[in-house]
Design a protein around this ligand. Structure first.
Ligand code: GLN
Length: 283
């Protein structure tokens, strides 16, 4: 049966995306097929003459319909790769972003240089930050904290899948409120930082599909920085580090908040695209 020849299926899908005016999502169509077939994108291009079984074809079309309806690729696949590790994701957590890998990279260097032992990942979502630190730094223990029980439960699964839960503790807590007193070497956080009144202007795929809890940083987007800077200080050792991801226009504001709270050596960094993206300071 030559019904579902891959080249023809892909051409059909391409026209569906064009019709829906979603050309930018077309590469996702290839990803979705590669995932179902258990092969790479390149391999898909090499087996265009082959045909799909009825079962694979039907699942594929179901995934394509979901993508056309605006569901993010990562929710359909069920995971996002971050720093070389696959993290399960769903609508209860922020999909890990590429920029956040740069924050993690800085965290890893500081952990190694200073032989750190304990790290808090505040607002941990999928757990991508804390779990990656554990994968890359065998000596540390980490604490993932999130206000959402659903997020904690995904992070827990990710920790299990990636084999680090013996060094990881989870707290379901509104920032530090439920976290027992401790003195850690580092607090690292990519908190929600979008000002409430501009959430409407984000793409529908972000604002409708990702949890507003993970995006909304209050009126000026800075609510979480204000609180973490103050409430986190007693949890840091003297000399301990606070690392933040920030929005591209929040550098000045967060730098002054940290300086007002007397953090030392406070410095901002740009991401690879040249946007202000990170702030690091010491207690
Ligand atoms: N820390 C997680 C991440 O970086 C979740 C962040 C969030 O929910 N704002 O992806």
């Amino acid at each position: 049966m030559n019904q579902h020849k891959i080249s023809e299926v892909l051409a059909d899908v391409k026209s569906k995306f064009e019709l829906a005016n979603k050309q930018e999502a077309e590469v996702d169509a290839k990803w979705l097929l590669a995932e179902l077939m258990g092969c790479s994108l390149t391999e898909i291009m090499l087996i265009q003459e082959k045909t799909l079984s009825e079962e694979t074809y039907l699942s594929y079309m179901n995934h394509i319909q979901r993508r056309l309806a605006g569901e993010p690729l990562q929710h359909i696949l069920g995971y996002q790769n971050f720093y070389g590790y696959d993290f399960k994701v769903n609508g209860n957590v922020l999909i890990p972003r590429f920029e956040t890998e740069e924050l993690v990279e800085k965290g890893i260097s500081l952990i190694k240089e200073n032989r750190m032992k304990q790290v808090i990942d505040m607002c941990s979502g999928s757990g991508c930050i804390g779990i990656t630190l554990l994968k890359e730094c065998a000596e540390i223990k980490a604490y993932c904290v999130d206000v959402s029980y659903e997020a904690i439960s995904i992070a827990h699964e990710n920790g299990l899948d990636l084999g680090v839960n013996n060094r990881l503790t989870f707290y379901k807590s509104d920032l530090f409120i439920e976290v027992p007193q401790m003195n850690v070497d580092m607090i690292i956080s990519n908190p929600p930082y979008i000002p409430s009144d501009i959430i409407y202007s984000l793409s529908t795929e972000v604002k409708d599909q990702e949890p507003s809890l993970a995006l909304d940083g209050g009126t000026d987007g800075l609510d979480f920085y204000r609180r973490i800077i103050v409430e986190g200080k007693p949890y840091l050792k003297k000399g301990g580090y606070l690392l933040f991801e920030i929005g591209h226009n929040q550098m000045e504001a967060v730098l002054s908040l940290m300086e007002e709270s007397e953090y030392k050596n406070v410095k901002g960094y740009k991401d690879l695209s040249g946007n202000d993206r990170m702030i690091i300071g010491q207690k």
